[in-house]
Design a protein. Sequence first.
Length: 689
Amino acid sequence: MSFTVSALRLTFLAGLFLLAPLPEASAGGADLALPDSLPLVFENDKTDLLRGQMRHEALLKSRKHQLPSGPAEWKTWKKQIREQVITNAGVKFFPALPPDVREKRVLKREGYTIRMIYFQTRPGVYATANLYVPDGPGPFPGVVVMMGHSNNGKLYENYQSVGHALALDGYVALAVDPWGAGERTPVAGEHEYHGSNIGASLLTVGETLLGMQLTDNIRAVDVLRTLPYVDREKIGATGASGGGNQTMWLAAIDERVKAAMPVVSVGTFESYIMAHNCVCEALPSGLEFTEEWGILGLVAPRAIKMCNHHQESNPTFFPAEMMKSYEKAREIFALEGVRDHISYEFFQRPHGYYSEDREALLGWLDFHLKGTGNGKARKEKAFELVPPEDLTVFPGNDRDPLVQSTEAFCRMTGAALRQGYLSAALTDKKQKKEELAGILKVGSPTAPVKVYDYGKKGIWERRALETKEGLLIPVLHKLPGKGKTREYALIVHPEGKASVSPELIDRLTKEGKGIVMADLSGTGEARSYGSDSFDKLGRLHTYSRAQWWLGRTVLGAWVNELDGIVAWLNKDYKALSVELYGYKEAALAGLFMSALRSNIKSVHLYNAPLSYLFDSHKEIGFLGLGVYVPGMLQWGDISLAAALSPGPVYVKDPVTMSGRSLTADEILLYKKEFEGVRKKTSQPGNAYF
């Protein structure tokens, strides 16, 4: 995909505002071969230092979380952990909001009925669901059934099977499409993955995919408790994979859930770090305050049973990982006097929800909700699957607009936040800088711990800068031209230095500037090689999730690394000035550093977004997941970061958050916005497009 400005657009823009003399940006990807003039720093050494460092930190944090000394300490911890989960996940409660259950169709089966419904999860936002109701007057126990990562949500045979089995054994089952999946995708009738960049987009408006789902499922409990044929005091929960993850969170936070069974989903939080899991399973700063056994402990004195599989493919959900959490959680249940209310079982199955799991579920729920049996598995009754089209709430394209997608929600919420930001005074620059540092999780400026010299190849000196976190940032360094002042250009690209435009390097060389090209953590030679295959879901998918779990952001880490590089240039080469040239999301890291540190002469943005406002789910992978910062639009927007930068900001070929090239009219509107925000902050400098 090319983002080159057309001749017509150049002619139009040149007459409106100043065009900085910037070269065309490269559209090259991470697989682009290094030109001869750009040698490798580490000589094809693919040691996965990033994964090792992040895993070490995760293990360290996990080890620090030890069991409480007794019931009194656990009582205090329990309250604190619950409150932090609610805050960090952004869980919303709407106890007074009517569920407003709307029924579209009914399908009669032998012994039960399936109702195609949708209901209100938050004001003006509805979820699609299937309601499985046994024949008879009831009241029956109710069970929330949560879906994993099937493209078609509740229609998938593994998940609809749970509904059939429950209804035939006297349970009302409410199977809810997860937020952004099933019938809740941007285009009605088109199923797609709800995570990656789309799910991460919720972070910018102060939400999380985990929290959105948890809010939905709390509302599902509300629905069950309003039905006249459901025993409101006997509510259960179950799901597999991502749905099992939801099951654990729901049971932990909503005390109305009396018995739960998560399937192939319980492991340890430390095992999430640099592992291949969904954005919906990421809790910002989660590992900062607890381990997974602490969340399981929140369920006590109610009941929970975990089912994991010996043929599991995801290391996070291996039986051994689950046992780590189970052993400690069991001690919490013992403190509550209900050691036998937590249990587990393993099956010789791959990842999924199978008949063995369903039979274990029936025995567990019978014992804890009906008061029958001994909690052991029992045989399920035979049933036939229903064609997916027969379970669809909105066949075709006639979906009610109340069923919102992530795209619609983020656009609406983001627009409202931007309206508030643009109408604010913005006069307290110090406060806005402190807030920006807070959401980015940027620490105090630090110089590199040590600089390693790997010799010279051609015109490039090869260096590696060791950070205080124990990472090595590979850099290529070229001295300024003879007789020139000590002016430097620092260039960063989120796909590595191999993707930097050769034209830019040539131009800066001819100008006599010193050049430093750096691979920031997660990029180029500093990437996690073990994450390459899974990061096809989105660039920096694995690294970004790990940073969120550890209470940080990728952009914040990059700000710190850029700051260290500048400190190194100032100390070792007596740089008089440093200009930053950044591409895509790496450009934003440079802009944020300029706003916070004021140690950059100018910032040049290539193919960077001018706003965090969500625009379209199409081709959203142009930017990597590292671009997302929790609460960014609650703070302000990119125009504010540009205004807080003391030097000039040059913009070349700007894009939207989905990577779409901005039109001339859109650029003109942003130019006015940038100018207006800078006037409000009374900052010197300007933005040139």
